[in-house]
Structures are given as C-alpha cells and as structure tokens.
Design a protein around this ligand. Sequence first.
Ligand code: ADP
Ligand code: ZN
Length: 304
Amino acid sequence: MSLYGAIEAGGTKFICAVGDSPSDLRAHARFPTTTPAETLGKCIDFFKAQPRIEALGVGCFGPLELRRGALRYGHVTTTPKPGWSNADVVGPLKRALKVPIGFDTDVNGAVLGEARWGAAQGLDTAVYVTIGTGIGGGALIDGELVHGLVHPEMGHLLLPREPDDASFAGACPFHGARCWEGLASGPALERRWGARAETLPPEHPAWDLQARYIASALTTLVLVLSPQRLILGGGVMQAAQLFPLARGHLRRSLNGYVQAEALAAGIDSYLVPPGLGQHAGIAGAFALAERAAQAPQTAAPDAR
Ligand code: ADP
Ligand code: ZN
C-alpha cells in the first residue's frame, strides 16, 4: 500500500491528511488560513512528522495558475483574499517535502474524488459544483480534468434573470446580478432575503427561485459538457429541499430535448449530492495525489 498526503486548501481552513486512501486515514489536522507562509509552514510541519508519503495532492481555492511550465505554475493568482494574491502554494511544499504534487482547483479535485470513491464511480464524464460562499465547478471529461486557458469558472455563467427577481442588485463583485454566483451563492441569498440561507424555512419562496437559477445554469452545463452525472455540494445544498426542486426545473428547462433516461425517470440519481458528503474535498486531494504518483514527473513544460 502506498501512503499519500492530501491538503484541502480552503479560504478559511486548510485540512491535511495522510493515509492509504480517504477511508483509511493515519493522521489529519486542520489549520486556519492565515498568511501563506504560516499556513503552508504548518502543513509542512504536519507532513514532516508523518511517515514518508509517495505523493501529495492539493485541492485549492482559486483562481490558480495550472499551466505546466508557466512562471507562476502552482500559484493562487487573483484572489481578493488578503495576502494570497499571487501566493506560491506548490513551490514551498515541493521544496520541503520533495515528492510529486498533484495540484488543482478544489472542485476539479472533488469531481475526481467523486469519480474514484463517491457518486460518480464508473463514470468518465461528470461535473461537481459547490454552492457555498462562492459557486465553483469542476469537470471530468473522458476521464481527464478540464484545464485550458486557465480552468473552468462555472460559477460565473451568465444567467437570465427570473421575472420575479427583477430588482436584486446581486452579489458578484465582477458581474453583479448577471452571473450564477451573483444570483445564487450563500451571500447572494443572504443579501436578497436579509437572513442567512440556513435560517430560511423550507417553504420560503427563496428556495424555488434558488432552484430555478440552479436549473438554469445546469441546463447550460448539460448542453455544453453532456455530463453523465451532476453532483452538487457546498453549504447551500445542505438545504435538502433544493434537490427535488432543482431536478423538476432542470427537466422542465430541457423540455425533453436531450434524449437520455438520466434526464427523465432517472433524474433522482442524475442530479445528486456528493457521495463523499463533507469529505469530497479531502478525498479529491487524495485522488490528485494518486494521479501525481502515477504521472511522469519529468514532463516537458507545455508550450501554451
Ligand atoms: P465555503 O463556500 O466558504 O467553503 P460552505 O460551502 O459551507 O462554505 O458555504 C457557506 C454558505 O452556505 C453560507 O452562505 C451559508 O449561509 C450557507 N449554508 C450553510 N448551511 C446551510 C444550510 N443548512 N442551508 C442553506 N444554506 C446553508
Ligand atoms: Zn460573477
């Protein structure tokens, strides 16, 4: 059995773990996200106190530089989080631990982890979206995580405004009320309704509106990527009534055009919560570590 290291690097906390797999942890720890030097230093100390790992996986809040060979490969780029703009994440870990490092967005990690151990097992094309403080999505297509110019930023898909929501100013600093995150993140719900999402009762009109925005964005994802499953996680999706509402609106929105059993009678097992529950993030980091251990480490920088 190989021992892997995993870091779920979030804007409020970093979770570190060592084990053979996410279901067989030898050790784990959590550190508040302070400065990059302090936070990464605590992670390094944690791993140095453990038996040697074969590879490390890091699922990180973004945006990130993921182009191999880019000057700032492995950095967080333009985050508004104080101290983290242009912070090097992979460099200090690599210099201290000297192991292969799989580095990707938290949501790309999560979709890989769900495909390995969770709700997308046996599938090679799936999407994972988190709806929490922000909205972000990761995509596995034909077994590969999607990168490119940068990486997908599904949370900022522009959405048509629902007619009964005409006056809301929105919550996205870049797109106001024009994008998914601006209309339907946790802070957007709080701003629209004047109360935190978890305090709104299940029968509150907030939830049907929320489900329409979710279905609107998912319609685009179904049409563009043709995922075999859609996995929705994050704090806001803890509101369990959202799943049946969003499934209904997604079916109505597609209106029978895409012919697939999964979008009709099979919708309950198509649009689902993470099979790994709250552990999707750390499991994703393990999956990234596994991939890093298998990948050739001397690959030439690509020319993009
Ligand atoms: P983050 O995105 O920062 O990692 P979370 O995924 O936990 O954090 O999302 C936090 C958001 O989820 C907050 O806006 C909060 O109001 C909302 N939230 C947390 N729990 C619930 C719940 N049970 N129902 C609806 N919304 C919730
Ligand atoms: Zn936006």
